[in-house]
Design a protein around this ligand. Structure first.
Ligand code: TYD
Ligand code: MG
Length: 457
């Protein structure tokens, strides 16, 4: 193949240069100029437009005439993963699976390819481990081996050439940081290589309808080989997160052209590989049988489903200086606002109290439905009065102390009932029209009513 021309372009403004620059002279940004492939001269393009090159010309079509095959999605064999993907893997899509090294990306994708039904062609391209290492892992996990094809290769043009002949339906590239294009002089893992190899694979996926998973390790800065360079090339960007001290892994879509983002899938890393956690609510609740002051269970909305999450608050007498405000798993500004509401509309002053908030299980709550639970947890801590074990709370709190409704009220209540909760303090506008067996609903319109309700427990 003829060597393509390379040059340097700015990832910020797109300007092209003959040589590398530390600062882009066009837009003034630093560290944005990387080596890149430059298009061939325009003459071949006009040939293409005129149809001389033997390619079929693209035609304008009416949208109504375009036929879609909704059943074409393939299940990844994990329902948790399918949900994050928006209902399975879409043909011709490129999905980036990112995460810290050792989080379980290779293990999960190996399981997926092995477990796919016979007849769906697979190809697992490994650039990090040898074929025997991959096989050893599959054997140890007891995975079926009949359907998986392996290739140890890092030259991306050879990979696409081989898969053009092999024609897998679904392909895994592990990892994008080990892959390279010969035309680019920088080392594998550099921004230029990662971006160009990913773009090459994306084109291959679209042209051949192959589904491609790219494994990408997250750098210390939190991006996959440099900030956001891959996001626009990918159809979906999925991250696996988890704390090193916990065996639970949370899978989240940061971008998805074929489904909702912020969808959440929960897995556990076990001795037999990644197992899905079908009932994730249970893991975000702390396991104390006796309720503790300052602890409240709330129902938050994650992606397309409700999730029970415990919030803990601690108020402590502040001595000198400005009182501390610390929030883990929620926004500090929201906490400050709610503390003001608690003072003005709940009559509870907190200017002399240090306030600490923690969301159990390492989840981050960005939803306003946590407001009411937070204020009740704070009050419970301040008065050292534990709330009943079977209580769940949700609702947004407005600046005038009014309790505002949140989306999905009924689904949230159902999730609570499923986990044996018997009492719920919720916004009046979310109250169910008819009685629900086994659940006492306390519907409130103002913060003061909620505070009265917990005093009377
Ligand atoms: P791996 O999939 O290699 O991570 P990544 O590809 O994201 O870098 O996972 C490696 C970690 O998972 C390693 O620390 C060991 C652990 N692990 C298990 O706990 N159980 C298992 O069955 C396997 C295969 C790995
Ligand atoms: Mg790996």
């Amino acid at each position: 193949m003829a060597k393509s021309k390379t040059g340097f372009s700015c990832s910020g403004c797109g300007a092209i240069f003959g040589q590398w620059q530390g600062q882009c002279p066009e837009c003034g940004e630093w560290n944005t100029v990387f080596e890149t492939l430059i298009d061939k001269p325009n003459s071949t393009r006009s040939e293409k437009f005129l149809g001389y090159s033997g390619q079929t010309l693209a035609q304008i079509q009416s949208m109504a005439d375009i036929h879609l095959d909704e059943t074409a999605r393939i299940s990844s064999t994990f329902s948790e993963m399918d949900r994050v993907l928006g209902g399975g893997v879409v043909p011709g899509s490129v999905v980036l699976l990112g995460g810290d090294p050792g989080i379980g990306k290779s293990t999960l994708l190996l399981q997926v390819l092995c477990q796919l039904p016979q007849g769906i062609g697979t190809l697992y391209v490994t650039g990090e481990e040898s074929l025997s290492q991959v096989t050893l892992r599959a054997r140890r996990l007891g995975l079926p081996e009949g359907n998986i094809r392996l290739l140890a290769e890092t030259d991306i043009e050879r990979i696409t050439h081989i898969s053009h002949l092999e024609k897998p339906r679904i392909m895994v590239i592990d990892s994008i940081q080990t892959m390279f294009l010969q035309d680019i002089s920088s080392a594998p893992g550099s921004v230029s290589q990662v971006r160009e190899t990913a773009a090459h694979l994306a084109r291959f996926a679209k042209q051949t309808d192959t589904m491609i998973f790219l494994v990408g390790h997250v750098t210390k800065e939190g991006g996959v080989a440099g900030p956001r360079i891959l996001e626009h090339i990918m159809d979906a960007v999925i991250f696996i997160e988890g704390r090193t001290d916990s065996r639970f892994r949370v899978m989240r879509a940061l971008k998805n052209r074929f489904g909702a983002v912020n969808e959440l899938g929960v897995f556990a890393m076990t001795e037999s590989g990644m197992k899905e956690v079908k009932n994730p609510s249970a893991i975000f609740l702390s396991r104390f049988d006796n309720p503790a002051p300052g602890s409240v269970v709330m129902v938050v909305w994650e992606g397309s489903r409700p999730l029970l999450v415990e919030i803990q608050a601690l108020m402590d007498q502040a001595y000198g200086g400005a009182p501390k405000r610390v929030a883990v798993g929620m926004e500090l500004n929201r906490l400050a606002m709610l503390l003001a509401v608690l003072h003005r509309h709940g009559g509870i002053p907190v200017y002399d109290q240090d306030v600490f908030i923690n969301i159990v299980g390492g989840v981050s709550v960005r939803e306003t439905s946590a407001d009411l639970a937070l204020l009740l947890a704070l009050t419970s801590s301040l008065h050292s009065q534990a709330l009943p074990k079977g209580l769940v709370v949700f609702g947004e709190v407005g600046l005038s102390g009014e309790i505002r409704p949140v989306a999905g009220g009924l689904e949230r209540l159902r999730e609570a009932i499923k986990h044996g909760f018997t009492h719920a303090i919720i916004p009046k506008a979310n109250a169910p029209k008819s009685r629900i067996d086994g659940l006492e609903v306390i519907a409130v319109q103002f913060l003061s009513e909620a505070l009265t309700a917990i005093r009377n427990f």
